[in-house]
Design a protein around this ligand. Sequence first.
Ligand code: ADP
Ligand code: MG
Length: 394
Amino acid sequence: MIDPGERKERMAERFRQIYGRDPQAWRRAPGRVDLMGSHTDYNQGYVMTMTIDRDTWVAAASRPDRRVAICSMNIAGCNEFSLDELKQPLQLPASATDWTSYVAGVAWAMGADGWPVSGFDGLVHSTVPFGSGLSSSAALEMAVAALFEALGGYRVERLRLAQLGQRAENQYVGMNCGILDQFSSVMGQAGSTILLDCRSLSGQIIPMPPDLAVAICDTRLERHLAGTEYSERRAQCEEGARILGGIYPQVRTLRDVSAEMLSRHRADLPEVVYRRCKFIVQEDQRVLELADCLPEGDRARLGELFSASFAGARDLYEISVPAMQAMHAAMSAAPGVVGARQAGAGFGGCLVALVENARADTFAEYVSQAYTRSTGIQPNVYTVQASDGAGRLA
Ligand code: ADP
Ligand code: MG
């Protein structure tokens, strides 16, 4: 991992090259990983989420003309736009938009919510990998939102800030994501995970046992779900909730469905919808069980919960791909593993494991070799620590 002092110096140097002056304000926001709870957020269910110590930094110097110039050290192509000409574009698929639309989208969402946004020259640098389910997009949005706060000298209520980031991504970038990523990036706390209730939008801090490490195992297979697969799953969940809501008036989303209700009305649901619902209902339950057993670090229970989540993602929600299965096999056989499951939305990206702290290095070595042997791909395996949410640099 890059040393923070060196990172700051490199960014300042690049900033001076581009803009011919020093940056005045710095803000950061972390990426995140889900320890449990895939696709539960848009069903208003539960997620066990954790920020990671990979984050996005933005360095900026204000300018008086209500224009934003923005460059990234991760992606080519700077952009400049006027804060007075931000128009919400038609809903485009995220793949059709330029990366700077995340920045413009945050400016648009904050401005539309009544917060003063002012112009700046800015430079972004991230250590969150893109498109692998660790929420680089939310980290970018929340770092930029924190920057607008800093430049304007105000502080938006935390949940509101997360919602504005989500609105930027939903309505400006055109990606129909839930609140999970932005919420985590804003609310994170060093050393802890968060049990997020996606209906009440409240989070409960759950401490990580000190003898367990969280390992990210990146398949290095980029996700390809921006469009169809993700919205198809959402639509299937909504269909299930609609049908069950016709039977049980209290059912608004799958959050309100119990395992018992689901099995009793299996025949009322199309087969594929039933399988999708079953996964979500069980996954919600697993999140609550994880919140219960994580602090004591009950190894047997943790292992079962993680395995069941992986199997459900593969067999019921069908968001797995062969490389993710190869990774899971490697992780499950590795020394020190406590539990392994898919993270993020699926179809590539990362898996996540709980690992005995003392054996984290051997775990990583073993997984890398075993995965490369079976797929020919060199993965990225590393441990992460929960970091604080969006704000100043540490
Ligand atoms: P994820 O959020 O899982 O990483 P997304 O597809 O939602 O994947 O977001 C990734 C996109 O966010 C990138 O393709 C890019 O457009 C934008 N992005 C995120 N961080 C940066 C950055 N530091 N510089 C430029 N673009 C970024
Ligand atoms: Mg994203």
